[in-house]
Ligand binder design. Structure first.
Ligand code: SF4
Length: 382
């Protein structure tokens, strides 16, 4: 087994009771089968208590108390951890924010950014990240959280090769293109591969060559001049107002609601085309005057490709993975822009990390949101 770890995993250190956030607040905590079994078989009064708080859903989940995990105590610590009963912690909590995915005989551990420490690590380490191979001894400690059951190893290897190729293009020193151009070219490239793949024409898929040239991209080329509004504001509007702004968001996710409110204030009253042009113009100004923002989006996009692209090993939808990466980058750009226009200055690294964390926690790692956003992507782009 080859086990790799994103270079941000090692320096991560949980703030525990000093954390300004609570990683379990607002989440539906699901238990893996082994931990659920330990809860079910615990003896005595404590066992009864555990079983009372365990819901027999599929997968089993913990009953929440005032929106929080019932084992999150008044010292802002996990009760299981404090009592030395870590074997009763759901696997997701034992590992968070680390996230290990097993694809055949390869395991990759990455770090989720819905935690202030990991989001700050990304902000403080902009650039291309790499995976580091762990020693056999270190590898034994890794417990994969998500096992992709697929024996199609040639396809996995194709995805991992492609991922490296896309990252080489993204970070090229000689020919570094602005992100709107990168999105348009990546979209055309992956779409050109996607179609033969869907017809099980592997050879056709492998033969597609990357090109910046619209004539080569043919019918897959994006119309017009590449813009920061890869997703039209009309589409983002559907996503934000119908799905991200779900019921009680102002209570459940007030920090996300802050951006929804500012979005409504800024864009309401604009025409559909006017909104796209305004967003593109303002983003161009922002990255021109503050190039650190350009690096921020390139780094986040790079991180997303590293994490999302191999996910296609499960369902073969590379295009979907790529479209999600574009979407999260565009939402980050939108949130940054709203903040910049509101405050009239750039964010400091702490706030930059917080904005990423809000996006990841409230949108990217919310499974219901992901399903709803996918529905919009399907209707408008696929
Ligand atoms: S959010 Fe991150 S730093 Fe805070 S308690 Fe959870 S894992 Fe630790």
């Amino acid at each position: 087994m080859e086990v790799y770890e994103l270079e941000l995993v090692k320096p991560f250190k949980c703030l525990a009771s000093d954390c300004p956030d609570t990683c379990c607040y607002g989440w539906q905590i699901a238990l893996d089968d082994e931990t659920a079994e330990r809860h079910r078989s615990e003896k005595g009064l404590y066992g009864r208590h555990l079983r009372f708080l365990l819901k027999n859903t599929d997968p089993p989940t913990l009953r929440r108390i005032f929106g929080a995990c019932p084992y999150f105590n008044s010292d802002r610590l996990c009760q299981f951890q404090q009592n030395g009963r870590e074997e009763l912690m759901p696997r997701v909590c034992r590992q968070f924010p680390r996230h290990s995915v097993k694809m055949g005989d390869i395991v990759e551990t990455t770090i989720l950014l819905s935690c202030p420490v990991s989001a700050r690590l990304l902000v403080d380490n902009p650039g291309r990240l790499s995976y580091i191979r762990l020693s056999d001894e270190e590898a034994r400690e890794v417990e994969p959280f998500w096992i992709i059951e697929n024996d199609d190893i040639p396809f996995r290897d194709f995805l991992l090769r492609e991922r490296d190729k896309l990252l080489d293009i993204l970070w090229s020193e000689e020919d570094r293109r602005p992100l709107p151009e990168v999105f348009a070219a990546f979209y055309a490239y992956v779409h050109r591969q996607h179609d033969p793949l869907m017809q099980d024409d592997r050879e056709g898929m492998e033969q597609v060559e990357f090109s910046w040239d619209k004539r080569v991209q043919g019918k897959y080329a994006v119309d017009g001049v590449p813009s920061y509004a890869f997703y039209k504001i009309k589409t983002l509007d559907r996503m934000i107002l119908n799905h991200i702004d779900y019921g009680y968001i102002q209570i459940r996710e007030p920090r996300l609601y802050y951006f929804v409110k500012r979005y409504m204030k800024l864009f309401s009253g604009m025409t559909v085309d006017g909104a796209d042009k305004y967003f593109d113009d303002e983003m161009k100004k922002l990255v021109l005057t503050h190039p650190e923002y350009e690096l921020r989006y390139r780094s986040y996009f790079s991180y997303l490709i590293m994490q999302l692209y191999p996910g296609a090993f499960e369902n073969y939808f590379m295009l979907r993975q790529m479209l999600f990466a574009f979407l999260y980058v565009e939402l980050l750009q939108l949130f940054d822009l709203l903040e910049y226009l509101e405050k009239g200055k750039t964010a400091d690294p702490e706030r930059m990390a917080e904005i990423i964390m809000i996006l990841e926690k409230g949108v990217r790692h919310n499974p219901t949101q992901t399903d709803n956003l996918l529905q919009v992507i399907r209707e408008e782009l696929l």
